[in-house]
Design a protein around this ligand. Structure first.
Ligand SMILES: Cc1cc2nc3c(=O)[nH]c(=O)nc-3n(C[C@H](O)[C@H](O)[C@H](O)COP(=O)(O)O)c2cc1C
Length: 499
């Protein structure tokens, strides 16, 4: 079949006839316009043109096959005939490219916060805004990290710590260290290869990767990147259309995922104002599992644009249904108080993640570590501590943070942004180094508190009195985190407007 020419495609540049080019192929998206979860406006911006660069980071590669009828796939385009648009570079983008050339060598990153400091300087504005933002005033986001500074150690000395083993098990899987890569959406915003980079690092370090519903890579690509007996879990945003949800869950189980983490803290996505301010939706956003067409405000940044399909009616009543569709262990990700942990036990789930979604949902929700400190004594009182596995995530940047969580009774911890930043700056080598740094810190700090294995960690090694001090919005616990925190901005005045 003859290839289409750029001129032929360019003629279809209105809402009445809208063609776009993605990866050298043309698509007729006219009828799809009103259904696009990211809004029609962004597609129309590329009507008749090549949309690949904007499309790529936020759509898994199988999106067009899945959601656009085959009759609308118009075939290959002779790309030599497509007019290249003159790109006028924003001066801040030129400065960023300069900074990339001067990036510190990877060997200069000595801890997880160092990757964040570099990422802030070299990531694209939109990507940085999406990854780094938290909800509202970002109080919870900062508290997640600061809360660890309220807990101090009560180290034991003269313990033979020549040999230290910090391997453990998570839901029956033996892992090299008590942390896992938690689910974070849109990996290709940070790295052209996306989530598979994290898959490779997880394999190398023998830790588990939780695959996000909203990954940039397709689910199958992430599973295909698995090596050996590597274990992955699935994070699930529950779709209003339960048939879609069922299909996702059963497909994941068939492809070997070992646990289902249902996100329960996001009936609606929080307002992340940094993300909104860079007007991500102007540059495009969509998502793979969307049912499309719902009345969502599409001017509110990447996060909101991609989440219109999430079911706000999800409730405890749905848990038995999940049990009926899968044999995978079921865990609730985003539990935030003791009462709900007790309820989760009654509902018979296999575990919970005490988490506030990295401070991206309800602002002034408590940190995972603080909830854990409240939950565990109550479970122990009832002798319920072994009824489910408890994980936490949010703000974990140091092995001391991990050790504190394990002393309190967590089975393991999830880490989100630090691995994203390591991937966005130095790729696989960056994530590899970040994990190795954490492991080195684990070994050293286990020795220094006098523990040779995970089973030696117990609440007696902690001084929790600081937790009694209540909440303060800003308690900068360390200068490193203060350096990397990107303050919220006020609205910008229009510099071009004439007085
Ligand atoms: C950029 C980004 C995207 C995220 N996407 C998801 C998601 O799609 N589903 C989900 O359950 N949690 C998501 N989270 C929350 C993380 O799973 C986790 O709760 C949080 O990142 C932990 O905090 P940390 O980033 O301080 O480690 C996301 C977090 C970030 C930073």
């Amino acid at each position: 079949m003859a290839k289409l020419t750029g001129a032929e495609v360019a003629r279809h540049n209105t809402k009445d006839s809208c063609w776009v080019i993605v990866h050298g192929k043309a698509y007729d998206v006219t009828e799809f316009l009103p259904e696009h979860p990211g809004g029609a406006g962004i597609i129309l911006k590329y009507a008749g043109k090549d949309a690949t660069a904007e499309y790529e980071p936020i759509h898994p590669p199988d999106t067009l096959d899945k959601y656009l009828d085959k009759s609308k796939h118009l075939g290959e385009v002779d790309m030599s005939t497509v007019e290249k648009e003159e790109q006028v570079k924003d001066p801040s983008e030129i400065e960023r490219e300069e900074r990339i050339k001067r990036m510190p060598p990877l060997s200069q990153c000595y801890n997880l916060l160092d990757f964040e400091a570099v990422a802030r300087q070299v990531m694209k504005k939109t990507a940085w805004a999406y990854y780094s933002s938290g909800a509202d005033d970002e109080i919870t986001m900062r508290e997640n990290h600061n809360a660890f500074h309220k807990i101090w150690f009560r180290p034991r000395v003269l313990v033979d710590v020549e040999k230290v083993d910090f391997s453990t098990t998570m839901l029956g899987t033996k892992v090299a260290a008590p942390f896992y890569i938690t689910a974070t959406a849109l990996g290709k915003l940070g790295h052209p290869e996306g989530e598979v980079v994290l898959t490779r690092a997880a394999y190398k370090h023998n830790v588990i990767q939780m695959i996000p519903t909203l990954a940039s890579c397709s689910f199958d690509e992430i599973v295909d990147a698995r090596q050996g007996d590597q274990v992955q879990w699935l994070q699930l945003y529950v779709n209003k259309d339960r048939e879609i949800t069922k299909r996702i869950v059963q497909h994941a189980e068939k492809r070997g995922c070992k646990a289902l983490f249902i996100t329960v803290d996001a009936p609606q996505l929080g307002r992340r104002e940094k993300d909104m301010r860079v007007k991500f939706s102007d540059t495009g956003a969509s998502v793979q599992q969307s049912t499309g067409g719902s009345a969502v405000d599409r001017s509110q940044g990447a996060a909101r644009a991609i989440s219109s399909f999430i079911d706000p009616s999800l409730s405890w009543k749905d848990i038995p249904w999940f049990r009926s569709i899968t044999k995978m262990p079921i865990l609730l990700k985003g539990v935030q108080c003791v009462e709900d942990v007790l309820r989760a036990i009654e509902a018979g789930v296999d575990g919970v993640v005490l988490s506030n979604h990295g401070g991206r949902q309800l602002d002034t929700a408590p940190s995972g570590i603080e909830i854990l400190a409240e939950v565990m004594p109550i479970l122990r009182e009832r002798n319920w501590q072994d009824k489910l596995e408890i994980y936490i995530d949010g703000g974990i940047r140091r092995a001391t943070d991990i050790i504190k969580a394990l002393c309190l009774g967590a089975k393991g911890v999830g880490i989100g942004r630090p691995f994203l930043y390591a991937m966005s700056t130095y790729g696989l080598d960056g994530v590899d180094r970040a994990m190795q740094l954490l492991k080195d810190e684990m070994e050293m700090n286990m020795r220094l508190i006098g523990a040779t294995s995970i089973k030696d960690l117990h609440p007696g090694l902690l001084d929790l009195r600081g937790l009694q001090s209540g909440h303060h919005a800003v308690v900068p616990g360390d200068t490193l985190s203060l350096n990397v925190y990107d303050p919220l901005q006020s609205p910008r005045f229009n510099e071009k407007a004439k007085l």
